[in-house]
Ligand binder design. Structure first.
Ligand code: NI
Length: 267
């Protein structure tokens, strides 16, 4: 495991950029040339609720660096469960980790997922690079498409494995943008496609969090039989509002996160 939180995020970021080339362009578009105002609000990671690689196994990497569990979320229709973690230093990004509730899926999906997880070397799970180690297996494009019919989440995992699914620009910290509508407009004017599932803006000031996201980049994946372009990772944008005590809300909103998951949908 990493001993320095910044090194972990730098590695996650470099790995994310390799399959998300739009992220650099978005930095240039939203950031100020005078100040370093692109602050990462949070990252998200995906896994399966299988003991060997369950969300607690991913979380252990963050807990070892001073993170604490701060909230849990249920996504019934997508068969997902998630928790979020915060560092004692509020300037460090929050971490959102979800897992697919495999036992609720078809026997065929369960078999595919167990075969994938079987291929992971047990010792690699605590290695410092596990959270950005990608896949430890190779599925066929047919298997990918079969998973896609049942769970976009499982299909994404089969192609991309362990890596940051998204990074998130903290709008509160941007010098040139006041609100999420301005950010969305700038992105659209520059040609980026936004996830419009549930509306371009998820959440509201009333729930203390507004979020939007791009649709994932398309990036080639080498399946066992062929190479195809599929959705990789995306960029999210979040603005947080103060709670009654004056502190900015630090949690997540399940109804919004539910729609954000769809940023990796095939189109
Ligand atoms: Ni997010």
């Amino acid at each position: 495991m990493h001993t320095n939180v910044n090194t972990l995020f730098e590695n996650l970021w470099e790995n994310y950029l390799t399959v998300t080339p739009s992220a650099e362009k978005i930095h240039t578009l939203l950031g100020s040339s005078q100040s370093n105002d692109i602050i990462n609000d949070h990252i998200a990671l995906r896994t399966f609720n299988i003991e060997k690689v369950g969300l607690e196994k991913l979380a252990a990497h963050f807990i070892a660096l001073g993170y604490k569990e701060c909230g849990e979320y249920h996504f019934k229709a997508k068969k997902l469960y998630a928790k979020h973690y915060e560092h004692t230093d509020p300037n460090q990004p929050k971490v959102f980790i979800s897992e697919l509730l495999v036992e609720q899926c078809s026997e065929q999906l369960q078999k595919i997922v167990y075969d994938m997880v079987e291929n992971i070397d047990e010792n690699s799970i605590t290695n410092s690079d596990f959270l950005y180690s990608g896949t430890h297996w190779q599925v066929s494009s047919q298997t990918y498409k079969r998973l896609l019919e049942e769970s976009e989440y499982a299909a994404w995992m089969s192609a991309w494995g362990y890596r940051a699914n998204h990074f998130t620009v903290n709008i509160n910290a941007l010098s040139h943008f006041e609100n999420i509508t301005q950010v969305n407009d700038a992105l659209k004017n520059a040609g980026f496609k936004l996830n419009s599932s549930g509306g371009e803006i998820k959440g509201s000031p009333a729930v203390l969090l507004e979020q939007s996201s791009t649709l994932a980049d398309q990036y080639p994946v080498e399946f066992s039989d062929t190479k195809i372009n599929i959705p990789s990772c995306f960029y999210e944008f979040a603005i947080r509002y103060p709670q009654a005590n004056g502190q900015l809300y630090t949690g997540f909103v399940a109804a919004s996160a539910d729609k954000i998951f769809e940023s990796t949908n095939t189109r």
